[in-house]
Design a protein around this ligand. Structure first.
Ligand code: PGA
Length: 250
């Protein structure tokens, strides 16, 4: 079943300097009360700093890694295992972001193995899916989402305590372009239908991502099927991050 647990996840990508972590963390801990889990996904070297900051004075937040290995240990230079991420106190991991798929060659099967490893390490995956502009133009949006979900979740097996799915149309990421509310609603409804049979009754939330910013957050947040957002560019500053968080409070 889809649960309506709200999540706002800030994906810093390869951005922000260590010096800014304290100020950013203080700023978001001063947010208004709200039944929304705020998750920050910094580059790997900052994970521990963010975990320490996450429970400072004010409202706590949680921490995610932006990627993980599909291996647990061994001769895999440059890789970071889910167990290591959990070991420094992060609770989530983004898996299968479109930049990982397109720039780093991640396949649906690899993403499925990462989901499996992440779950085994006790992390909640933020599993990203989304169609390219080309596939969208060919009218293959839902077919693509179904293929990505079926391939990854059948590799991973379905027994997640809680899974977060992030729908991010590739053509909307970092471009300023947005799907219309009708497109978002339709895609999220379809995703719920595609994901549920894999999870044997397990709970999941479906986030939207792709050029979410303060000026469009209220409209997108008002869609029942949208449980929150995965945000890149607008998550890098406290005011824009909270400019998305505040309308989510309803
Ligand atoms: P964007 O990125 O908000 O900058 O479009 C979203 C993402 O890639 O997760």
């Amino acid at each position: 079943m889809s649960i309506r647990k709200k999540v706002l996840a800030a994906n810093w990508k390869l951005n922000l300097a260590k010096e800014g972590i304290g100020e950013f963390s203080r700023g978001i801990r001063q947010r208004q009360d709200g039944d929304i889990e705020l998750v920050v996904a910094p580059p790997f070297p900052y994970l521990r700093d963010l975990v320490v900051e996450s429970s400072g004075e004010g409202r706590p937040f949680t921490v995610a890694a932006q990627n993980c290995s599909d291996e647990e240990s061994g001769a895999f230079t440059g890789e970071v295992a889910p167990g290591m991420i959990a070991g420094v106190g992060a609770r989530y991991v983004i898996v299968g972001h479109s930049e990982r798929r397109t720039l780093f060659g991640e396949t649906d099967e690899m993403i499925g193995r990462k989901l499996d490893r992440a779950r085994a390490a006790g992390l909640v995956p933020i599993f990203c899916i989304g169609e390219s502009e080309e596939l969208r133009d060919q009218g293959k949006t839902l077919e693509t989402l179904r293929r990505q979900i079926d391939a990854a979740l059948s590799t991973a097996g379905g027994d997640f305590g809680w899974l977060i799915v992030a729908y991010e149309p590739v053509w909307a990421i970092g471009t300023g372009k947005n799907a219309t509310p009708e497109e978002v609603r339709g895609a999220h409804q379809a995703i719920e239908g595609f994901v549920a049979p894999h999870l044997a009754g397990g709970a999941f939330s479906v986030l939207y991502g792709g050029s979410v910013k303060p000026s469009n957050a209220a409209e997108l947040a008002s869609i029942d099927e949208v449980d929150g957002f995965l945000v890149g560019g607008a998550s890098l500053a406290v005011d824009t991050c909270l400019g998305i968080y505040d309308p989510m409070r309803g």
